[in-house]
Every structure is written in C-alpha cells, then in structure tokens.
Design a protein around this ligand. Sequence first.
Ligand SMILES: Nc1ncnc2c1ncn2[C@@H]1O[C@H](COP(=O)(O)OP(=O)(O)OP(=O)(O)O)[C@@H](O)[C@H]1O
Length: 687
Amino acid sequence: MAADQRPDPASPTSHPAADPVLAAEGEHLAHARRCLLAMVDTAEHIADYGVDELASHALGALRAQRLTTLTADPNAPAFFGRTDREPDDGRRGPEVLHIGRRHVRDDAGDPVVIDWRAPIARGFYRATADEPMGVRLRRRFGFADGRLTSFEDEQLDRGEALGLDSELLRAEIERPRVGPMRDIVATIQPDQDELVRADLDTSLCVQGAPGTGKTAVGLHRAAYLLYTFPERLRRSGVLVVGPNQAFLHYIAQVLPSLGEGGITQSTVAGLLGHQARGDEPVALAVLKGDARLAEVIRRAVVSHARKPTEDLVAVVGTKRYRVYAHGLRRYVDDARRALGPGLRWAAARDRLRMQAAEDVRRQREDAGGAPTDAETARVARSQPVREWVDSVWPELTAPALLARLYDDPDFLARCAGTSLSEAEREALHRPAPRSLRTIRWTPADVVLLDEIDALLRPQDTFVHAVVDEAQDLSAMQCRAVARRCPLGSVTVLGDLAQATTPWAPGDWARTLDHLGHAAAVLPLTAGYRVPGEVLAVANRLLPHIAPGVPPATSVRQGEDAFRLVPGGTVAAEVRDCLAAPGSVGVIVPDARASAALEDLQAAGVAARLLDDGPDDGPDDAATRVTVVPASAAKGLEYDSVVVAEPAAIVAAEPSRLDGLRRLYVVLTRAVSRVRVVHAEPLPAELT
Ligand SMILES: Nc1ncnc2c1ncn2[C@@H]1O[C@H](COP(=O)(O)OP(=O)(O)OP(=O)(O)O)[C@@H](O)[C@H]1O
C-alpha cells in the first residue's frame, strides 16, 4: 500500500472544536484512526505461510482482501454516527456504539467502531421514537473537509425523531455532485435499509420513481450481502448489471469505497461472449427479444441429435468390437433428455464417446481381458468413435447455428413449429454470407447467440445479481442474466415509467418470470434527488407514460428549481448554472450532441461529451459541464441540468410513448435546478 493511502491520524482533530461534545467525539475519531492504522500495519506484516502452497496463496488473498477493506477510502472519517443503547446485561450506563464503514478495534480487541452492516448497527438506521429498538440516543456527525464539525442528536427515549427533517441528511442530499456516485451509508433511510438488509435467499423487485435511491440501495445491498454471507459470496460473488458503460463508470467507486472490491459490474452486453457490430429495424429487435425465441433455439440445437441406425465398430489392437445400434440409441436418447444446465451439448459429446468406449471395455472384460483406463480413453479418442459422435451429435457453434436459422426457411419453420407466424419467420430471414466472420451481429443477435452458447457449454455464475434499470430488458436479456444467477437470488431495480426500450415486457411479473426468480414488488416513492418543484412538472407525464405507477414525492421542494426558457440559448443557461456549485448536465437530442458541444466551446464554455470511459485526467475532472445525449442520461445525475428541445428528444424515439418516457428520464436528472431551453413548442403532455 502506498504511504499516501494511509489514513492520516491527525487530520480530523487537528482543529480542536470548542464544543465539549464535539471535542470528545473528535478525540474518539482520532483514537479510531490510530487503531485503524495499527490494524493496517498488522495486516501488512502478517506472513502468508500456510501448511502448503495452496493454503499460503489463500492466506495471501485473504490478507489482500483485508487490506483493501481497511484502506478503502482512506480519507473518509472512521465513523459517521453513534447510538447509545440500553445495556443488555443490566450494567450501568448506556452501551455506546460508533458506526462507520468498517470495524475498528483497539489493541485489546475491543470494538472502537462498528461496521454499519453488523446486526447491532441496525438500530442506527431503523429505530424510531415509536419503536426505539433499544436505542436511547441516535447521533449523526457532520464533517467538512474531513474535519468533524457538527453533530445532531435524536433522543429517542424522549420521543424525539427527526426523520427526513434531519439537517445533516438534507446537507448530504444537497451536497454538490462532482465526480462519480457516492455511497449513502451515513444516511440510509428506514425503507431503504429494509431492502438493503433483506436475507440472501430473498429476491426483491424495487419499483421506484426517479431519484428514490434504487441504485444506491442495490449497491449497498451488494455490500451488505458480501459482509454478512462471506463464505457463500466471496467465491462466486455478486454481479451488478447496469444499463450502459457511462452508468457503470458513474457507480464504479461506490462498492470499493465501502471496502468491497472484486465485484463484477457489467452491462448485459458485457456478459455475453459475442460482440454486436450491426443495427436492425426496431420491430426486428423486438421480435428477437421475445421469449418465444428461446424454444426455437432449443429445438434448433436438439434437432442436431440424430438417431443411430447402424452399429459402431471399434478397433483395439487387431480386434474389432461391435457396439450395437440399439445401445447407441439409448445413449443418445439419454443425452437428449438430460440436455440442459446438467449436461451441455459439448459435454454430451464427451459423454457419448466415453459410453461407447465403456461398452467396448465391458466386451473385453467379458472376454477375459483386463483393459486399462488408458486403453478405454484411447478407444474414446479413436477415429471410428469420434466419427460416430460427429454423425449423431455433431459439434455446434452458436454463430453457425443462428446463421442457419436465419438463412434456411425450412429449418426455421421446423424449429419454430407454431410459435412464430409466417410473417415473423420471413422477417427473420437473412441469407448467410460465405464466411460467418463477416456477419455483423446486432445487439439482439448476440443475446440469441448467448442463449445458444448456454446450451452448448457452461457459463460463469454468481450467487446474487443486482439488476439495475431492469424495466428496459427484453425477455431474452432477462434470460441471459438469469442463467448467470441460476441458484441464488436477485435484486431487481427499476421504474416502469422510465422504460424506453420497445422490447421490454412492460410489467414486473413478466420480467421476474424471465429472470427466473419470484419476488415481491416493493415501492420506493420518497425522491432524494429531484426537488418537488421539478417533480411536479415531470409527473405531468406520468398519466401518459405509466398510469399505474405512483408519482414520486420529493423530500425537499427546491427554490427556483424549474424554469422554461423559450427562445433562450443553452450556453447562457449553462453559464447561469455555473454560478452555483456542482456539476452541469446539458441533455440534448442524440443527434445534436456533437453540435451542442461545439456551440458551447465556441461560446467559451469548457465542456466535455459524456463518454464510455472514466474521467481522462485532471482536465476532465475539472470540467464541470457534460453534454449528455438524451439516450445515455438514464441513471445519471447532475446538480444543474439544461435540457435542449424536449420536442426533439421525444420525436427521436420510435414511438410517442417511448419519447415521453425518455423526456421523463431527462427531466429527473437534476439535484438542484432544471432549465428547459426550446425553440419548438413543448410536447403537449408537458404543459
Ligand atoms: N438515504 C439517502 N441519503 C442521501 N442521499 C440519498 C439517499 N437515497 C438516495 N440518495 C441520493 O439520491 C440520488 C438518487 O439516488 P439513485 O441514483 O440511487 O436513485 P434511483 O432511484 O436509482 O434513480 P433513477 O431511477 O432516476 O436512476 C443519489 O445521489 C443518491 O446518492
């Protein structure tokens, strides 16, 4: 570990506070830092000598993991809250617990800070005046530049509870956004905490309005599960699925800052073994995303299994052995029945070769021979056996199979049965080129290729998957995620009102069905990001885009938070927004993104285009203005948002419904203010 990553033992208390409570807490903070440093030191000096090389390697990995946990976010204060609890054992005086991002103990092994995920820390998040859960006092701490500067007490035993009126919560919510998403560990709210701490075996589906903390809840749930169920999760892990690369970069730091590295964070496309390079009409992509294609694909694979009609003759030395067709038929029938997660196509080929070779071994034993395993393996590898397997159970590849389904109408018709109409089969038809390598597979194709791959060979799996923006996934994309989490549980996060893909099923029951997990659909309605003034405008779209979805309410109203600027310029509004602290997102119709960037630069405003990569360096980080194509805005947030031409944003989508939903997403990205610049009339639904 680099020295500059170490927690600085002096920083939080180098400015002694006058308030005696603050001074005492400051001392505890300094003590906690010293203890944390000592723990880092100990972890660094542990020798990784196990009983053997494997054990030593495991010890080394454990130590590295422990160091990552201890040194994550080295400048974060060691604790952010405290509870004073009734002592369990009748001792005098309350039991004082300081709560932070990770456990800290002193030399004697006594706890100095409790990890926020420990069961005993639950009261900090959940205790109310009505149900104090043994907590007499809850104290939250405020920090400025790493210094402890304030605290806020709720004397629950006297009926005091601030709830959303907490000043520190408000300050945290309104803190200017610069850089990637932060954790919310100090201010998780009770309804969020209930979701975060749900058991590992419980699957959840959270339907939440914009800014209600769905993403935050999903990430904190991942951290909670890793802490609470280390044995079950450290090896096969947790998968976090997000909508696009920009979003993944935005959330990338949250789990590491909570001390949890090594989690797979990916888009659905990133999980697949093939890359998309082509486009296609929306209607065709919708068809390819339909769950009916799964059965078509299964039949296409199985159709390659042939019934053996002839005996197989294997040769060992100078002798020939006949394996009869009826026995071979039984092997093939068994393989066909077992095909699925328990036996993939490629493994079945190996099994068939071995079964034929075992048959030969039995014949040789019956004849008094003593065949060795090596000899049986040689028979399994021999040419007649290989040729036999190739004839009844040929090697398959996903690209060849999908290309054939598209190319050969009779084959497609046989595999589809009655599940696809003639028109649908015709829509899928595409002549195969001579070389499969030249095919430009589309995003929907690569999901189908993955469906085929899954029948051919095993894929990586996880014990828990957090699936964000799940309302946008097609049935086939859901199946691709489900395959990667076949036994564990899922946390499904989304908002039907923000669904902007025409291939999504459009209701949670079907999405959950395709994800292969039963889950209760739980609402989150308190919005932390968007001021009430802005939500009031965005919510006008709700009856048109998602009539059944409850509107979000905001935990704060905002001031001059929403303004229409007919005939204005984006550059002028951006300059105005730059007078306030924090980030500015300029959200424009996709086709206008490059031009909008040029316009801003020509007007002397430093700006960058939202890209797939992380910040490219200090210049990037210092650029407060980001031009965001409307289609990439999902999941992101900025202190100020300037929206250009809502009517064009709506018109760019394939349908009015999708367009209005896109606009709803765009209007709900701001923490403090939204300015809508337009020359064209606004969409009627907004006014
Ligand atoms: N309990 C909380 N305390 C402080 N900030 C919070 C809390 N809950 C959410 N937030 C903040 O509110 C903002 C919105 O959260 P998040 O992005 O998780 O919402 P979301 O429901 O996923 O939104 P969307 O659907 O619009 O993508 C984030 O900045 C998050 O840190």
